[in-house]
Design a protein around this ligand. Sequence first.
Ligand code: ADP
Ligand code: MG
Length: 729
Amino acid sequence: MSNIRVEAVKELFSRKPLAVEAPGEKVSDYYGVHTFGLETMKKYLPTEAYENVKKAVDTWGYIDRKSAASVAAAMKAWAMGFGVTHYTHWFQPLNGSTAEKHDAFFEPTKDGKMFEHFSGKELTQQEPDASSFPSGGIRNTFEARGYSAWDPSSPAFIVEKTLCIPTVFVSYTGEALDFKTPLLKSLFALDKAAVDVCQLFDKDVTKVIATLGWEQEYFLVDEALYYARPDLVLTDRTLMGHASARDQQLADNYFGSIPERVTAFMKELEFECYKLGIPLRTRHNEVAPNQFECAPVFEEANLAVDHNQLLMDIMKRVARKHHFRALLHEKPYKGINGSGKHNNWSMLTNTGVNLLAPGTNPKSNLQLLTFVVNTVKAVHDYADLLRASVMSAGNEHRLGAHEAPPAIISVFIGEHLTRVLNEIEQKVPSDKMTPDQKTELKLNIGKIPEIMLDNTDRNRTSPFAFTGNRFEFRAVGSSMNCAAPMTVLNSAVANQLQEFRKDVDALMEQNVKKDEAILRILRKYIIHSRKVLFEGNGYSEEWIQEAARRGLTNVMNAPEALKAYIEPRSVELLKRMNVLTERELNARFDIQLELFTKKVQIEARVLGDLAVNHIIPTVIKYQNRLIENVKGLKEILPASEFADAASYQLSAIRKISKHKALILEMVDEMVSARKEANTIEDVRELADAYNQKVKHYLDEIRYHIDKLELIVDDDLWPLPKYRELLFAR
Ligand code: ADP
Ligand code: MG
């Protein structure tokens, strides 16, 4: 008899690491060769066109037709030099993937010949048939068209003989159908608001960009084992599996040596990324076995988001080549570490100043404090919206469990900044400052760079932590598009900075000196935002209770958490920042709910199928063996010995019957619950029904299957076990 699981393990043992060859001697020889960035543009474009593009990118402006035509011609010439035959507008629809529709550069001419063609119009705008992408009701079927439009701030790139042009994706009526559109708008809002605040400190600042450095966590699993687990294939996570006797408790995986096959995969991943100008820098093992992380050097946020989306695609492709599958799900395995995507975020001025890095004098440190405190207040005021931006069917399994921040949004700023903020709160008077008070405060603010240098007590349990020269948003899920959380963060901070500038101006109009006005407003904000600051252990039970006492929200399930998207204050914020309209937000909310419902629906189907068609037949087989054994014992043993000899088997037979009956009963109930839910038409009620009436069966059924895994003969168990999925490689 063949067991697919046993076969898979055998296959795995025959694997060897693939030989991987570097594309050149030094990274600088091939870094970015497959991107049409500003440098390449400069080489290929007439000076005037190049200057126009550069200016448009710097000033959020438009590119005129003539320059667009030049760029198109140059891009085509450049791409064809690499044997490229097709081009595509590359965009990020709201289902979380990236989309492409490939068109050939060639067009037939009247005389039946082919003609290579790629115009400015084709570069800047396309009309992909977009009816299959989620629109949340924005796009009616009679106007199923969507438009994609070139984003010149992110370089075009080549993947497998196709020229990919980063674009936004909007409906016929101009509403955003993607992640990029609102992200760009939020970056614009942040730029304006941050420049206005920087002007209080330095008149030379005319532009501020957001910077993002993501850290991508993922699991690898051998493809033979993967195919033997229909739940992994269809849902990207394991819906059953008893904990391995050993998993991450020895904590010996983190930064341990990387297995050879994995090293080969990582090398190739890096080569591919370097060719596309993705500056990957670190790679290491993560906390859980077979879990890894990679992170690039930070970049401008829009570019960083594109690079992360691209990385996830490349990662899946390279993993296949190495006979792995990359699991990007937030919680592929129950009971062990999930995968996140830490978003390191800061702001950078055109004068080269990181606005969250300590400076060299009291003035620049007052600026640092200004940006830190305003960010803290933004997070305090829009914690629910931030949580909504990272909630999904996958991430709800992760937040609050095993080395993942809780669903309570709090901010860690470190001991030293805490001290400085306390001092401002206590020592800045609400009316005029004395010269002594001023000197003392200035002195202390001046000391910030020294104290920050030894700010090593990094708290890894906080969802939103200040880490010396940036904030790190750790609640983002590994499979997500970083654009959603970045859009919310940029918008909330932009809004807050506007408010700050207004507040400071108001005081200055009353003849309060600038520094004093700034300090007074900061003090007010610190007091206002107190409750979101938390320095302790975010994983602890005490924090959950303490947070509740403070009135911080803790919403663990996606449909509830997502509701923050359509709260009046959220709508108000995003409308005011000109990032998303109420209609767009409602659409986004519905799309996220639909995704949630579909994921739970698929998981419920897969679990039902596996339970009935894989697990139940297996346990009956084993139970029959036990029954045979018991019958045999009865035949050959005297009655006095039989009871002892058969006691284990009899108890196992009974246990199997009990678990089997419960599984079958619950699968039936789950199917009915699903059928009943499916009669609901309203997207929101449907998601609630799946959340409240269907989802819980997944864990309840699993419980009994996992118990059976411990009873049934290892030889018969059909699905690769956790110990194999996690340790075999
Ligand atoms: P850790 O695992 O300790 O959090 P890593 O070195 O893995 O740290 O990741 C740190 C990330 O922070 C990198 O992606 C890095 O580029 C990013 N980063 C550093 N400085 C900034 C900044 N000013 N703005 C945005 N991201 C930054
Ligand atoms: Mg980190």
